[in-house]
Structures are given as structure tokens and as C-alpha cells.
Design a protein around this ligand. Structure first.
Ligand SMILES: NC(=O)c1ccc[n+]([C@@H]2O[C@H](COP(=O)([O-])OP(=O)(O)OC[C@H]3O[C@@H](n4cnc5c(N)ncnc54)[C@H](OP(=O)(O)O)[C@@H]3O)[C@@H](O)[C@H]2O)c1
Length: 261
């Protein structure tokens, strides 16, 4: 099997994609597999969706397996890595891998005044705490020359009132990206973040309504709704050898969202 440009730039590499069961993560899992990587497709609640992703990757000639862990729960990182370690040991005799894509996330639509402590706790647990802990465990296993790629949001630059707490709690990822790039530079591991604008997934289902689409396109330079593949292609680039000199960066991938005042 080969990617769109016929290259297998990730042949022999192993990737973990959190939240690979749906939306952007699903497209990323497909794209990395198409570039030749063995992909661990992580899921939270939707095992059936993760199994579908694995099956369609295999049907296209790639290789993948599913690993589950509800990242809102305490101890989720151990659950994830004990499943991943077991599978990788069985396949390679080792627990090392090459590429971490931290993509899992939630974005409850609650404005500032309606945000409860429980909602804040859940966003923090899934989008910040678990990403930190998963990255910490991954770094112990990443091979030199590896990749760390985290999914942040254009909402860090232009906070969105309808998801006020989500916007605020994506900002720490930009910070971690810079620090970790310096920390892992001596191992030639690059660390970057991708900041999508509005992408047509379950998370941003509002864009499927005529009003949501008009609002989104009104802010964008490019006049179509973003698709998961628009993000997956950028992640594939960052994972590839071609991006070896890019580190510590947040790559906004938004069709040019809110460029002018
Ligand atoms: N869509 C956008 O417009 C947009 C814009 C900017 C940034 N982003 C970011 O892009 C990433 C992916 O978003 P998306 O639009 O693809 O969202 P999505 O379609 O809602 O998918 C979310 C993914 O995260 C996983 N997930 C959610 N809660 C989890 C939990 N408690 N434990 C484990 N996994 C969990 C889901 O797994 P299960 O279904 O298996 O639970 C699913 O695979 C997120 O970090 C999001 O913040 C999205």
C-alpha cells in the first residue's frame, strides 16, 4: 500500500494516535498507516469505531491495532500503556515506538457563566492532565529521532466564548510543546502542535448547519469547511523525515481563520 504521493516515508515506524477512533484522529490514523506506519488506534468509549478504523487500515494494506482507555479516569495512562506495551512486545519484542499523536479531546459547548466545576474538571482531565501524563510515559518509550505531535486549537489565539473553558485549557499545550522541544532536542525528537480551526467532526457539528457554516466561512480566508484530512496531512508531514528541522512550533491549520481585525 502507498500514500497519495506513493511514498512510504514511515515504513518501519510505530505510531500511537490518541482519540484515533473518530474525527480528526481517525483521519490521522489512516494517513500515518498509509505512509507505512504501524498505528495503535486509541479509543475512549467507542471500541467499535476503533475496530472499524483498524479494519479499514488493514483492508487498505496497512497495519493497526486498537488500545482503549478512558482518559477522564484516574489511572487511564497506566491502562493505556499496559495495553500498548503488551501488544508491542508481542509484535516487536520491545515497548519502543516512534510517533506520539496526542489528539483525544473534548469540547463541551458551555459559555463562561454556565461552566461548572465538574465540566472544568473533565476538560482538564482529558485535554490537559491526561495529555501530560501520556506524553510523559511516551517519552520513556520513544526512539531517538521520534515525533511528539499534540492537537491544540486556533481557539488559543482567538478564544471562542461558546467553549470558553476549552479555549483556555488548550493554551497549556502550546507551552508544553516549546519546553519539551528543548528537552528532547538532544535525542533528535521533534515536538510540535497542530492548531486546527473549525473542522467538520462530531465535536464541531454546528458547522453542518447553514448558520454554522456561514459563520465559519465568514471568518476564514479559504471558503470551504475544513475536513479531518486537512489536519491529517499536516500531521503526516510533521511525522515524516521532511519535517526534521521543525520543532517547538504550533502549526495553525485553519484555512486562514480570523486573519484580520
Ligand atoms: N473539530 C474541530 O473543529 C477542532 C478544532 C480545533 C481543535 N480540535 C481538536 O482536535 C482533536 C480531535 O477533535 P475531533 O474534532 O476529532 O473530536 P471528536 O470527533 O469528538 O473525536 C474525539 C476523539 O477523542 C476521544 N476522546 C474523547 N474523550 C475521551 C476520553 N475521555 N478518553 C479517551 N478518549 C476520548 C474520542 O474517543 P471515543 O469516541 O472512543 O471516546 C474520539 O476519538 C481534539 O483535541 C480537539 O480539541 C478540533
Amino acid at each position: 500500500m502507498s500514500s497519495q504521493n506513493g511514498s512510504q516515508s514511515l515504513a518501519g515506524k510505530i505510531a500511537l494516535v490518541t482519540g484515533g477512533s473518530r474525527g480528526i484522529g481517525r483521519a490521522i490514523a489512516h494517513s500515518l498507516a498509509s505512509d507505512g506506519a504501524l498505528v495503535a488506534v486509541h479509543y475512549g468509549k467507542n471500541r467499535a469505531s476503533a475496530d472499524e478504523v483498524v479494519a479499514s487500515i488493514k483492508a487498505a494494506g496497512g497495519d493497526a491495532f486498537a488500545v482503549g482507555a478512558d482518559l477522564a479516569k484516574k489511572g487511564a495512562t497506566q491502562t493505556l500503556f499496559s495495553a500498548l506495551d503488551q501488544e508491542l512486545k508481542a509484535r516487536t519484542g520491545d515497548t519502543k515506538f516512534d510517533i506520539l499523536v496526542s489528539n483525544a479531546g473534548i469540547a463541551p459547548f458551555v459559555d463562561f457563566s454556565s461552566t461548572t466545576e465538574d465540566v472544568l474538571d473533565e476538560i482538564y482531565a482529558v485535554n490537559v492532565k491526561s495529555l501530560f501524563l501520556v506524553t510523559q510515559e511516551a517519552v520513556k518509550r520513544l526512539k531517538d529521532g521520534g515525533r511528539v505531535i499534540s492537537m491544540t486549537s486556533v481557539a488559543v489565539r482567538t478564544p471562542l466564548g461558546a467553549v470558553a473553558a476549552y479555549s483556555m485549557l488548550k493554551a497549556p499545550l502550546d507551552n508544553l510543546t516549546k519546553w519539551l522541544a528543548v528537552e528532547l532536542g538532544p535525542r533528535e525528537i521533534t515536538v510540535n502542535a497542530v492548531a486546527p480551526g473549525v473542522i467538520d467532526t462530531d465535536m464541531a457539528a454546528f458547522v453542518r448547519s447553514p448558520e454554522g457554516e456561514a459563520m465559519t466561512l465568514g471568518k476564514q480566508a479559504l471558503k470551504r469547511v475544513g475536513k479531518p484530512d486537512d489536519i491529517a496531512d499536516v500531521v503526516s508531514f510533521l511525522a515524516s523525515p521532511k519535517a526534521r528541522w521543525v520543532t517547538g512550533q504550533v502549526i495553525e491549520t485553519s484555512g486562514g481563520s480570523a486573519l484580520t481585525f
